[in-house]
Design a protein around this ligand. Structure first.
Ligand code: G3I
Length: 376
């Protein structure tokens, strides 16, 4: 049985790369009979979930030029630029935008009829150095910063109008500190929470058809979740054009529990807004929230053992069981990174500790957790 990967040569011609062998752990009958028709893809995640929600993946522009492109096209029908559309990478100088990387992801999506989520218009990380400084290098005023945010959002959203169906407008504005509501970002310190309202209003003005998301992590924590929900309710009652909520879902083999995840969905559904799982990965290590260096012998044990595989299989199976349960409220599930070849978790929370958080191994073969996701 052959697993067919279809990719494209440099000149855009479809190239057939034949891989031998069945999917790990799945009966060979699950994979499509080999066909000479290079226009059809194997039965991937997007096929199994075609009646549920968009299956997306976060990508870099260079991954689209490797063998990962074939896996992406076969398995997914949505893309999120992992970094290319963030403020720093796309707007490095006040009067200079860098479109090449973002444009290449949009072009790939159009070639393969994939939907694109824009990420992220306003986020406290990867902000360009110039954003908060005036000509003398002093911190800018609220008026100047709001104007800069408006110019950025308007320029970026208008460029991709019609190519991007949804935007993470504001990312991670809520604090993880139980004693604080808003994260003490420079945006908040200079503008107060007004930057959130304005960001949504400006994004909506730039593209009235785009679905505008608030996106955040640690959504399974009831204290943080309550703060996110309270803020969104406040925005809704003020008539702010916020259309959906992104739950990043950076989880692990030991959290969330089924009960935690079920309650998380129940609480967010009360907002009566569409939800998406926007950055899914399930670390094979117990969840930690703060960056650290390796410090215990276990940190050196980075093999993908059978024990880790079984725990990850169980966790992915539980999560997708609940995703299917809440399919009427869930419009997309996006994986954060493509395969275990690379994950941001290889350096967080523990620097230089290889993780295996995704459904495909470093050879782009489906792992045992993949079977748990498609067997329903
Ligand atoms: O592109 C530069 C390169 O030119 C330079 O040589 C290199 C060394 O400094 O840095 C490269 O930029 C890095 C970038 O990833 C692209 O690889 C940044 O330093 C690095 O900080 C950045 O990390 C990204 C991180 O967001 C930024 O905080 C991760 O790839 C990305 O996966 C991660 O994604 C975030 C989501 O956007 C929001 N939710 C949390 C998630 C994980 O942090």
């Amino acid at each position: 049985m052959k697993y067919k990967i279809v990719t494209r040569s440099r000149v855009g011609l479809p190239v057939l790369i034949l891989g031998i062998g069945c999917f790990i752990g799945s009966s060979c009958s699950n994979t499509r009979q080999q066909s000479s028709d290079t226009n059809t893809s194997v039965k991937g995640l997007k096929y199994y979930y075609r009646d549920y929600f968009t299956m997306g993946v976060a990508v870099s522009p260079w991954a689209l030029k490797t063998d990962e492109a074939g896996l992406i096209v076969d398995q997914f029908n949505g893309l999120t630029p992992e970094n290319a559309m963030k403020m720093g990478p796309i707007h490095p100088m006040e009067n200079q935008y860098y479109w090449k990387d973002a444009d290449s992801i949009i072009a790939f999506a159009k070639r393969h009829n994939m939907k694109v989520r824009g990420h992220a218009l306003v986020w406290h990380q990867q902000t360009p150095d110039w954003l908060f400084k005036d000509a003398e290098g002093k911190q800018v005023s609220k008026e100047v910063l709001l104007q800069r945010i408006k110019d950025h959002i308007t320029t970026v959203v208008q460029r991709y109008k019609g190519s991007i169906y949804a935007w993470d407008v504001v990312n991670e504005a809520i604090s993880d500190d139980p004693k604080e509501v808003y994260r003490q970002s420079k945006f908040y310190q200079i503008c107060g929470d007004e930057f959130i309202t304005k960001a949504f209003e400006w994004a909506h003005a730039a593209d009235p058809d785009a679905v505008l998301f608030y996106n955040d992590y640690n959504e399974i924590n009831p204290v943080k979740r309550a703060k996110i929900i309270a803020m969104i309710k406040q925005l809704q009652s003020a008539g702010v054009p916020i259309h959906a909520v992104g739950l990043q879902a950076h989880w692990a083999i030991n959290e969330p529990t089924e009960a935690q995840l079920d309650q998380t969905f129940k609480d967010f559904i009360e907002l009566k807004l569409p939800l998406q799982i926007t950055e899914l990965d399930i670390s094979v290590y117990s969840k930690e929230h703060n960056a650290r260096d390796k410090k215990v012998p276990a940190d050196a044990d980075t093999a993908y053992t059978t024990e880790k595989e079984d725990l990850q299989t169980k966790q992915y199976g539980m999560c997708f069981k609940l995703f299917r349960k809440y399919k009427d409220h869930l419009t997309g599930v996006t994986f954060w990174n493509i395969s275990d070849r690379h994950s941001w978790l290889d350096d967080f929370p523990v620097r230089n500790r290889k993780d295996h958080p995704l459904l495909f191994n470093r050879n782009l073969r489906p792992k045992k957790p993949y079977t748990a996701v498609i067997d329903f």
